[in-house]
Design a protein around this ligand. Structure first.
Ligand code: AMP
Ligand code: MG
Length: 417
């Protein structure tokens, strides 16, 4: 087993051990957010025929070349076509047909005059304009023709994709499966949030952070509970999760006398690939593969920020790859530091920063307490600034990449127009 990998090496190793899951067929109505596992070709034409884009009158343009407000053309209204209906007969020279938005254009008609450009009458109408050819007509097939490629495989389905699927009558679609993730907390000091907390105990928050982070991207967490710091207890709980696609433990993975997670992982058939990543927070992290099932195992550190950050950097991209996503990583903005940062060379630091746009430039302000135990540093920050491993100092005002962790970050309180 290798020890002390760079973040880059660790991520490459993990992603190369990850494959996309298989496809499953689900109801198209439930498919928002899922990744399409088949290309969608149109089996219909839309709109099926030429139709009117306005309420008004279907006409033959040649009849109206000299019509204007000063010299309107008076025409007989020979029938009416409403949406969902159809023309009784072709439109003949000199005739108009009352027509409504979405109604099929009568054969022979080649333009629609808006109601507003007429003086209504029954049985005759006065047309005040000379329409252009096919004015206010929606062409049959202008949206798509039979056989058109509408959506490529690999696309993440959004609301309008579901609308397009409905337009072609697709009720089921093939999408990539969502990985199952078994989550185990470990530590004698841990208690569940609804229990009294004695001195010496702390509430287990990691399983909540990790389960929610899974759900946020569509993975399916299951909770294995808290195991005390005894190998048998860890083993029993871990075995309950061995059928998951991914197993995520937190704590007990370091080098202390009470850290049994790695030993137990090996006992249940996990081949450890590496331990220790040159990063802060999050050094004591283990990665392995359950040889019999291929499940990926992440032994994350126990400190809440370390667990959250190692999930971000390693588990999240893996889960996204499994479910067919092509974009595995968070958006990154280039920002200017509001203060100087220093550290020793050797480990990459993920610095929690808040982001603010000032005169068109992003400013990154480190949250005050960067301890790996201070989970509120994650909620005070908007992202993780990447302070490179070799670097020892970054002056205030220097530029740094920031991974934006909040998926709603770019939403605006101001109108976009
Ligand atoms: P360990 O890796 O077991 O040494 O744990 C490191 C630190 O993380 C300790 O201070 C633990 O109390 C804390 N910790 C471990 N598990 C959790 C958890 N599930 N929720 C919150 N903090 C935890
Ligand atoms: Mg512990």
């Amino acid at each position: 087993m290798r020890e002390g990998l760079t973040v880059d090496e660790a991520q490459s190793e993990i992603l190369s051990a990850t494959s996309r899951l298989g496809a499953e067929t689900i109801s198209a109505a439930e498919a928002a957010g899922r990744v399409l596992a088949e290309p969608i070709d149109s089996t219909r034409r839309h709109p099926p025929v030429d139709c009117s884009a306005m309420d008004g009158y279907a006409v033959r343009r040649a009849d109206l070349q000299s019509a204007s407000a000063e010299s309107p053309a008076s025409m007989p209204v020979v029938y009416e076509v409403a949406a969902g209906g159809h023309a009784e007969r072709p439109l003949e020279t000199g005739e108009a047909a009352r027509i409504f938005t979405g109604a099929p254009l009568p054969p022979g008609a080649d333009a629609v005059v808006r109601q507003e450009d007429t003086r209504a009458g029954d049985p005759r109408v006065e047309i005040l304009v000379a329409p252009r050819l096919r004015e206010h007509v929606r062409d049959g097939g202008e949206d798509f023709e039979i056989g058109d490629r509408l959506i490529d495989s690999g696309v993440v389905l959004g609301a309008t994709h579901l609308g397009v699927l409905a337009s072609i009558g697709r009720t089921i679609v093939s999408v990539y499966q969502r990985p199952t993730v078994a989550i185990l907390s470990s530590g004698d000091e841990l208690v569940e949030p609804d229990r009294p907390v004695d001195s010496g105990q702390i509430v287990s928050s990691n399983s909540y952070t990790l389960a929610a982070a899974c759900r946020e991207i569509g993975a399916q967490p299951s909770y294995l509970g808290i195991a005390g710091d005894r190998p048998e207890e860890i083993e029993e709980r871990l075995r309950a999760g061995l059928r998951a696609d991914v197993i995520v433990t937190s704590a007990g993975v370091s080098v202390g006398d009470h850290d049994h997670v790695r030993t137990v992982l090996e006992k249940v058939g996990c081949k450890l690939r590496f331990w220790g990543v040159l990063m802060k927070p999050g050094y004591p992290m283990a990665f392995g593969v359950i040889e019999s099932t291929g499940a990926l195992v992440f032994g994350l550190p126990g400190n809440p920020v370390s667990a959250a950050v190692t999930f971000e950097e390693f588990v999240r991209p893996v889960l996204r790859k499994m479910m067919g996503q092509r974009a595995l990583y968070r958006p990154v903005v280039r920002a200017r530091l509001t203060e100087k940062l220093t550290k020793r060379a050797g480990r990459l630091h993920f610095v929690r920063v808040s982001l603010e746009l000032r005169d068109g430039e992003w400013m990154a302000k480190p949250t005050s307490n960067q301890s790996s135990g201070v989970l509120t540093s994650m909620i005070r920050g908007d992202g993780l600034a990447v302070f490179a491993a070799e670097s020892e100092m970054l002056e205030a005002g220097s530029e740094i990449d920031v991974q934006v962790l909040d998926s709603n970050f770019f939403d605006q309180t101001e109108r976009g127009f």
